[in-house]
Design a protein around this ligand. Structure first.
Ligand SMILES: NC(=O)c1ccc[n+]([C@@H]2O[C@H](COP(=O)([O-])OP(=O)(O)OC[C@H]3O[C@@H](n4cnc5c(N)ncnc54)[C@H](O)[C@@H]3O)[C@@H](O)[C@H]2O)c1
Length: 345
């Protein structure tokens, strides 16, 4: 396909990052946006003249110029709207988490297979600058056998953040709290780096907010490889501390804060190696720990679904891959609620 892809976005919170990326893409035309709130539609119409605006998703789907729809709605609405879009012949890019249950997420995968359309999921942290060297050190065996991983998402969110929109911090629409919403990115990275999980044992609680769901989870994770990890997620860590990804193997140790390397030590390594790696991939951690509007990286995901559609290839993150983190998150909740260890197949 040599034409440009026609792009649309539903949900204009983080969806504005998709709007911006589509508008700037050389391979797409921003055609339309949809939201229930007229002021949000007016803002897009002003900033991106010529963009069509809809309050009805069904009406927007009738537009034949739209090839791809970004689904940026509250998390529990993702599967319903993604499936509807695919049934109308549109390819989809779905925000994280793919949905709040494995069963709902599977509906997106079933629709993808049934329609032959493209369905990608946003887990933009896989494209963080420090991910290629970390993955390479693990996959190549440089780090040796994995021993232990220490993952911590110590973020801060105000009560006002939860009150805004009415869906955050509810089991029905958010599907969870600090783990399902904020830390699901790091859950995705944990399973991507460390491999298949054998079991999870967890505690969770509500400590600093007036919400239904948790604002702290603490988990012990065992992997099929024999390695272990601890995973902590919270939105109570004022003022928003870090996203720690720490991996220790029999031949070395790596520590990162979000998208920046902090430590790179390997037995017998050249003494300049760590210095060079920290110069290249080091720095301060990402600011999303404090401020949700500072999440970055959507451009790579939007460009990826556009390329998948125009070049007829799979998107970077298929539903089957994104479902893994939802399964892990829901297992943490099940373990915390029942007091039992959850075993994976
Ligand atoms: N990838 C990331 O880093 C990242 C960052 C933030 C949010 N998210 C995800 O994006 C999704 C949306 O989160 P948000 O923070 O933007 O939420 P939000 O509440 O700010 O925005 C959601 C928008 O959807 C609109 N909406 C609701 N129902 C609708 C309907 N039936 N038709 C049309 N519009 C409707 C609302 O009016 C609202 O403007 C969530 O799943 C969240 O987890 C991802």
């Amino acid at each position: 396909m040599c034409k440009k892809a026609g792009y649309a976005v539903v949900g204009l919170g983080v969806g504005m990052a998709h709007v911006k990326a589509a508008a700037q893409s050389k391979r797409a035309n921003l055609i339309a946006v949809c939201d229930l709130i007229q002021e949000k539609l007016d803002k897009v119409a002003t900033e991106y003249p010529g963009t069509l605006t809809y309050q009805s998703f069904d009406e927007m789907l009738k537009n034949p110029d739209i090839d791809i729809v970004s689904i940026c709605l509250p998390s529990a609405m993702h599967a319903e709207f993604a499936v509807k879009a695919m049934e109308a012949g549109k390819n989809v890019l779905v925000e994280k988490p793919i949905d709040i249950t494995v069963e709902a997420a599977m509906k997106i995968e079933e629709a993808r297979v049934r329609t032959g359309l493209k369905a990608g999921v946003v887990h933009q942290n896989r494209n963080n600058a420090d991910m290629p060297p970390i993955l390479d050190a693990v996959r190549s065996g440089k780090i040796g056998d994995l021993v232990y991983g220490d993952f911590e998402v110590k973020w801060y969110r105000t009560q006002e953040y939860y009150d805004n929109g009415g869906w955050r911090g509810t089991w029905e629409m958010d599907g969870g709290g600090s783990l399902m919403n904020q830390a699901v990115h790091t859950v995705d990275l944990m399973q991507w780096i460390m491999g298949d999980i054998e079991s999870i044992t967890s505690h969770m609680g509500i400590y600093g907010h007036d919400i239904q769901t948790e604002d702290l989870t603490v988990s012990l994770v065992k992997f099929k490889s024999g390695a272990a990890a601890t995973f902590v997620s919270t939105t109570c860590a004022y003022p928003g501390i870090n996203t720690g990804i720490k991996i220790y193997g029999t031949k070395g140790s790596i520590e990162a804060d979000s998208d920046t390397l902090q430590l790179w030590k390997f037995i017998g390594a050249d003494e300049n190696e760590e210095k060079e790696m920290l110069e290249k991939f080091g720095g301060n951690g990402a600011a999303a720990a404090l401020d949700p509007t500072l999440c970055t990286g959507h451009t790579s995901m939007v460009e990826d679904i556009i390329a998948a559609v125009l070049d007829d290839r799979d998107p970077q993150i298929l539903p089957t891959e994104a479902i893994k983190s939802v399964r892990i998150v829901t297992s943490v909740y099940e373990s915390a609620k029942t007091g039992k260890t959850i075993y994976f197949d």
